[in-house]
Write a protein that binds this ligand. Structure first.
Ligand SMILES: O=C(O)CCC(=O)C(=O)O
Ligand SMILES: [Fe+2]
Length: 327
């Protein structure tokens, strides 16, 4: 790290602290690369503009933020809060949620992914609220795909910068180990049928430039099917090279849920994994995703749709660079 970048980093941290203080919130870092706890705010549709801006900044800086003591929130309150941070999408491109505005997460998505990365307009953020929790287990873990990119040696970085990947919603989710027994297998099979009822395929750059921070991140996860112009046999080995770096424990943040907790992650800078270590117990979380922009590569090229039209699911966000990250 150069002296200039240390100075910039310190300046940025100081600027962020004063924005948090002006909004009356407190942001405590929980890890070097990812994770922070925000306190001093009651979540809902009534948060002030200053609070919304401060939360947005804390999210960009820390990639995942968690709030506790939000027991007052119900589905409507969670939705009204989400609207203060962006434009909610439909619950999912293919999963209907039976008329609800929120997606219910049952069980755990015990596989590393970025949400809905098979469409062109990948959601910018997800807001998850604990509704029913098991007596043990069921934590969620996130990984910083920005830290993983930053840590790449120059040769791999240059390679990744030019690589593109095909993402699809047809992935092997049901077959993954979950430890929930036959009933859970049946639920997953049913879910997979709905999840894959129409196919979406999009070609995304493996390295995208974050529109609010200018940071580069690795865009991969379990919806990736192949690398453009590479052989299927080359895919698995190469995918693991990058994925192992993303999920290095130093790049992760793990949260053990309590009722009243809400977590928000920047879906442009992270992957996540719901840990299926709670046996057959009930676990339910409610999720809202916020509309995102279409990813852009380091060369300024946008992702390309191969199949599927996601316009019913989400608008396209028009992001703006955060002042603190001004070029
Ligand atoms: O089960 C979890 O903890 C995470 C679920 C998930 O992947 C999501 O909410 O997008
Ligand atoms: Fe997810």
């Amino acid at each position: 790290m150069t002296i200039t970048s240390i100075a910039n980093h310190a300046d940025r941290a100081a600027a962020a602290e004063s924005i948090y203080a002006d909004a009356g919130i407190r942001v405590d870092k929980l890890g070097e690369y990812i994770g922070a706890r925000i306190s001093g705010v009651r979540l809902g549709g009534e948060i002030s503009d200053d609070q919304a801006e401060a939360i947005r900044l804390a999210l960009a800086v820390n990639k995942v933020v968690v709030f506790s003591g939000q027991e007052h929130l119900d589905d409507d309150g969670q939705y009204a809060f989400a609207q203060r941070l962006g434009e909610p999408t439909l619950p999912h491109p293919t999963v209907t949620s039976r008329g609800s505005q929120l997606l219910t997460i049952e069980g755990a998505a015990n596989s590393w992914h970025t949400d809905v990365s098979f469409v062109d307009r990948i959601p910018k953020a997800s807001i998850l609220r604990a509704v029913t929790l098991p007596a043990w287990g069921g934590a969620t873990t996130w990984a910083s795909t920005v830290a993983a990119y930053d840590q790449l040696p120059a040769s791999l970085r240059a390679f990744a910068d030019t690589l593109w990947a095909k993402h699809s919603n047809l992935y092997d989710y049901v077959t993954s180990e979950h430890g929930g027994g036959d009933q859970e297998t049946a639920r997953r099979t049913e879910h997979y049928k709905e999840f894959t009822s129409s196919e979406y395929q999009t070609l995304h750059p493996v390295v995208r430039v974050h529109p609010e921070t200018g940071e580069r991140s690795l865009l991969l996860g379990h919806f990736v099917k192949e690398f453009h112009q590479l052989k299927p046999g080359e895919f698995a080995a190469l995918y693991q090279v990058f994925q192992n770096r993303i999920t290095r424990l130093e790049n992760t943040f793990r949260w053990n849920w309590s009722l009243g907790d809400v977590a928000i992650w920047d879906n442009r800078a992270t992957q996540h994994y719901g840990i299926a270590d709670f046996g057959g117990q009930e676990r339910r979380l409610h999720r809202i995703t916020l509309a995102g922009d279409v990813p852009v590569s380091v060369d300024g090229e946008s992702s390309r749709i191969i199949s599927g039209d996601a316009s019913h699911y989400s608008s396209i966000d028009e992001p703006r660079r955060l002042d603190v990250y001004a070029a």
